[in-house]
Design a protein around this ligand. Sequence first.
Ligand code: PLP
Length: 263
Amino acid sequence: MTPSDFPCALTIAGSDSGGGAGIQADLKTFAAHGVHGLSAIAALTAQHTRAVNAVHVPDARFLRAQIDACFDDFAIGAVKLGMLATAGIIHAVADALEHHRPPALVLDPVMVATSGARLLETEALEALRHRLLPMATVVTPNLPEASLLLGREIRSVAAMHEAVSALRGLGAHAVLLKGGHLDEGEEVVDLIGVDATVREIRHRRLAVRAHGTGCTLASAVAAQLCRGRTLIEACRLAGDYVHRGLLSGYRPGRSDVLVLDHF
Ligand code: PLP
């Protein structure tokens, strides 16, 4: 393998000082998949397992410099987008991606942390919807994020199916809609909408409060795409990876919040 053949994935996302979510989860996930991880930090958070205490957003030009540096030297097989914080950062990321055109783009439309902290300013939703959604190979919202993108509540698996079509109507090439927030039954149902079909993936519901599952899922999809899997395979394998990570997760902080194991 020549140096430029080694699979590389780039995460453009927020840093979690507590190490459970964001850039830190993404890089651990890439490493666990045998993919070299690159990062461009779009926001810094001061947080632990209980709360986000502060957020610092770097200058958009400095973010662009990080992204350009990565594309200047590495053959990037996939880009994962996470916490982007502001409309200004979203526009800078969209401009950079229009310029560099990565082969695959996984968009995790991070908006609110499980702890309740806002990770995307309200005015930035339009920029995310109009600039990033149409560029994404796959978008991976949870139900609160899909509701904000669509402007309506999603309260059943039937409503989730409608939401997948509606998100595709907004320009998303494919959708991985995460049903974990639906308080129904013993299983968590996620939907993968690619082409004309929507497939259901089911996992046993685990009674845990976990941190960083969304970041890990999206970066596992990006890593699998980097390794040449089809989108459907990548989504299925990523779902299994998160489930396994939860099963062997651990609680490093003073709360009962579980952090995924990346073995
Ligand atoms: N912090 C950062 C930097 C994130 O990117 C995210 C989620 O994407 C979170 C915190 C929230 O993680 P969770 O909702 O899993 O607690």
